[in-house]
Ligand binder design. Structure first.
Ligand SMILES: O=c1ccn([C@@H]2O[C@H](COP(=O)(O)O)[C@@H](O)[C@H]2O)c(=O)[nH]1
Length: 280
């Protein structure tokens, strides 16, 4: 999916919500455990319930890899289910990969040739040759970690060099030699508030993947206020606050309600920015 198609979907759905599929076998409702593939059964129900209100899904690989081969099968089935039934959804593999060139090439093959997601999150710290192998797929996206949502983002990403340039700024500047805003996005945590203004100085047109609303307490209002550009430029992820909104047999309808609430707030911000004509 290209940038324009993503923007069209955002306008059509009046939403820039990405639902995070961080599916933990210990947190899913009890009754699903008798299913042949409980993780996939949970994901399928969440997807069917929330697809009206979001434009993207982000399975985090850690939750699938932690279950070994079975978990990876659930992940692949989830991506295939999305591809077949919701082809307008943007699929992000949150894997935070990146290694020496030939190894990155294998990661890229696995996500873009084999599993066929739209985007993969990549850590930038091994530099150009670790990121480039992901960029040889013209229709696929790299989402580079820039300023993450966690407390530890202060440890390295915020540190300054002798000229006062912070590491996340270097990442934003240097990586634009490798790809354009048609193929690269950045991860910026919703917890970063006014820092979105600094991000936008260096990446005014890029899409930002923004985790950290909901369970981590980041403010959607601030993200929209400081981070939204004329083409929205935001995919805001919420995982736990939506998928674990309830633990009963009705978990999917609670997830739908939680996604709808976020979508409504988003429609307001899209309207305020003049991106959509009227509130939903
Ligand atoms: O800076 C980052 C980068 C990635 N994440 C991931 O996003 C989701 C957030 O889940 P919530 O339940 O909505 O908090 C999760 O997969 C993280 O690994 C992030 O939070 N921050």
């Amino acid at each position: 999916m290209n940038k324009q198609q993503l923007f069209e979907n955002i306008k059509k759905k009046q939403s820039f919500l990405c639902v995070g599929l961080d599916t933990d076998i210990k947190k899913i409702p009890q009754h699903l455990l008798s299913e042949e593939d409980p993780i996939f059964a949970f994901n399928k129900a969440i997807i069917d319930a929330t697809a009206d209100y979001c434009v993207a899904y982000k399975p985090n690989l850690a939750f699938y890899e932690s279950l070994g081969v079975t978990g990876m099968l659930s992940f692949e089935k989830t991506v295939a289910y999305l591809r077949e039934n919701y082809p307008d959804q943007f699929i992000i593999a949150d894997a935070k990969r990146g290694d020496i060139g030939n190894t990155s090439e294998m990661y890229a093959r696995s996500f873009f040739d084999h599993i066929k997601v739209d985007a993969v999150t990549v850590a930038p710290y091994m530099g150009e040759d670790s990121v480039k192998p992901f960029l040889i797929y013209p229709e696929a996206w790299v989402i580079l970690l820039a300023l993450t949502s966690n407390k530890g983002s202060q440890d390295f990403q915020m540190t300054e060099d002798a000229n006062g340039e912070r590491l996340f700024e270097k990442v934003l500047k240097k990586s634009q030699d490798w790809a354009t805003d048609e193929q690269m996005m950045y991860v910026v945590g919703a917890t970063q508030g006014k820092m979105f203004l600094d991000i936008r100085k260096y990446a005014p047109n890029h899409f930002l993947l923004v985790p950290g609303v909901g369970a981590q307490g980041g403010s959607l209002h601030e993200v929209a206020q400081y981070g939204m550009n004329d083409e929205c430029g935001l995919l805001v992820n919420s995982s736990r606050a939506i998928i674990y909104a309830d633990k009963s047999e009705n978990f999917a309808s609670f997830a739908r309600k939680a996604a709808e609430e976020v979508q409504r707030e988003m429609a307001g911000y899209l309207h305020d920015k003049g991106i959509i004509p009227c509130k939903a």
